[in-house]
Design a protein around this ligand. Structure first.
Ligand SMILES: C[S@@+](CC[C@H](N)C(=O)[O-])C[C@H]1O[C@@H](n2cnc3c(N)ncnc32)[C@H](O)[C@@H]1O
Length: 394
């Protein structure tokens, strides 16, 4: 779909959304003016998603859930958190300590996890949440405030990663895909960087220029130099923020598990010649499209995750890649079907069955979403990875 076709299919903005979007556009135009008329896509995405008070995640739009722009697995079903609880319980039994959740969305995953861990008698000493969105942190407080006091009192919100390395589990569901990415295009056998500039009418448009040293080096390492077997015009993205992020998580784990869940691929599939338009997607009111320059500050912008990049960064950070599987294989190994069958009555069993299908069917979330386990000093068998081992694909 061309960007203009995508634009014409999107619902119209409300007057408030229109005003908000214009304020974000003005901010980006100001930064363009002071940056020589060109911004990297990474900087553009950072402003559109995280500019204080204006970015999509910083400001107040509804974002997650059926009334928002997109639905994540914890919003689909509490079964997701209950399966994850089985995996966390195994590790917490061995390490003790805490859970740290990054980017906790509405708080649904934390609520389901804490209740299931309570049922299993393996509560973490504390449940810490690191959330960059003030708006979502407020929603998390409201959601988790409804938990019983003995669960509620374990929850703390952090401003930054802990400085004392922790024992236990670090969790991030759909956080890596929200890290700003650089974009590139293959042009005449070389890589150019795809950034953002002003079009003559004052709107934003793609603008190419030679890559800086960091991007050139990353592309050469991933694709070869010159890039091998990729057609002219091939466009994709790379997250240069992923490796520092993994290093920072590695730095705050003493013993235990980092569990990352996101839509993504091993590198060979990610940068396949047939994926010639890349993986960048925008989400607005349950519609996915590929025009990042509309609905500024009121739509999500994401890119799929290169899990090979995570594995490389993990090994540099002294973490072991202890599991890699599709979300379907992971949840089924952790007893998803058993949980559906154990529903207390027919109505909830039917509801659970429908939710479980969304979580595991290949055309829904089952195959595109992958789960990666990074561990340190923790030899506990990880049940979530007993049905499938995709590590050789990395
Ligand atoms: C797509 S939402 C996923 C929310 C939630 N995990 C879920 O599955 O429903 C991305 C979340 O990551 C948060 N986020 C983005 N960058 C982050 C970072 N560097 N550290 C922690 N949270 C981050 C966002 O504010 C948001 O809560």
């Amino acid at each position: 779909m061309t960007p203009s076709a995508a634009r014409s299919m999107l619902p119209a903005l409300s007057p408030d959304e229109q005003r908000h979007s214009e304020a974000v556009a003005a901010l980006i135009r100001t930064e363009l003016a002071t940056s020589g008329g060109w911004l990297s896509f990474e900087r553009f995405m950072e402003l559109a998603l995280y500019a204080p008070g204006l970015g999509y995640y910083s400001a107040g739009s509804r974002k997650l859930g059926s009334g928002g722009d997109f639905v994540t697995a914890p919003e689909v079903s509490e079964l997701f958190g209950r399966c994850l609880a089985g995996q966390c319980a195994e590790v917490l039994r061995a390490t003790g300590g805490e859970i740290l959740e990054l980017g906790a969305g509405t708080g649904s995953l934390a609520a389901a996890l804490l209740q299931a861990l309570d049922d299993e008698g393996v509560l973490p000493e504390r449940y810490a949440i690191l959330e960059v969105s003030g708006d979502l942190a407020a929603r998390q407080r409201a959601c988790l405030g409804a938990l019983p006091p003995h669960l509620r009192e374990r929850i703390v919100w952090l401003e930054r990663l802990p400085t004392t390395p922790l024992r236990g589990v670090i969790l991030a569901n759909e956080v890596a895909d929200a890290l700003p990415v650089r974009r590139f295009r293959v042009r005449g056998g070389a890589v150019s960087e795809l950034g953002v500039a002003l079009a003559p009418g004052g709107t934003l448009e793609d603008a190419e220029r030679p890559p800086d040293a960091d991007l050139a080096q990353a592309c050469a390492a991933m694709l070869g130099a010159p890039p091998r077997s990729l057609p002219d015009g091939y466009t994709s993205e790379v997250s240069l923020r992923l490796a520092p992020w993994i290093a920072s998580l590695g730095g705050c784990l003493d013993r235990g598990l980092v569990l990352l869940i996101d839509y993504g691929l091993p590198r060979a599939h990610y940068y396949h010649a047939q994926r010639a338009a890349g993986t960048l997607r925008c989400h607005f009111r349950q519609r996915a499209h590929d025009d990042p320059f509309v609905n500024l500050g009121v739509q999500d912008i994401t890119a799929w995750v290169d899990f090979t990049r995570i594995a490389e960064a993990a090994s540099l950070a002294g973490l072991d890649v202890s599991g890699f599987a599709t979300q379907a294989a992971f949840l089924l190994a952790l007893g998803l079907e058993r949980l559906v069958a154990a529903a207390p009555d027919d109505a909830s069993r039917a509801r659970f069955a429908g939710e479980a299908r969304r979580l595991v069917m290949p055309e829904e979330m089952g195959e595109a979403f992958k789960v990666m386990a990074l561990t340190r000093g923790c030899n506990t068998p990880l049940t979530g990875f007993t049905l499938q081992d995709l590590r050789r694909s990395l």
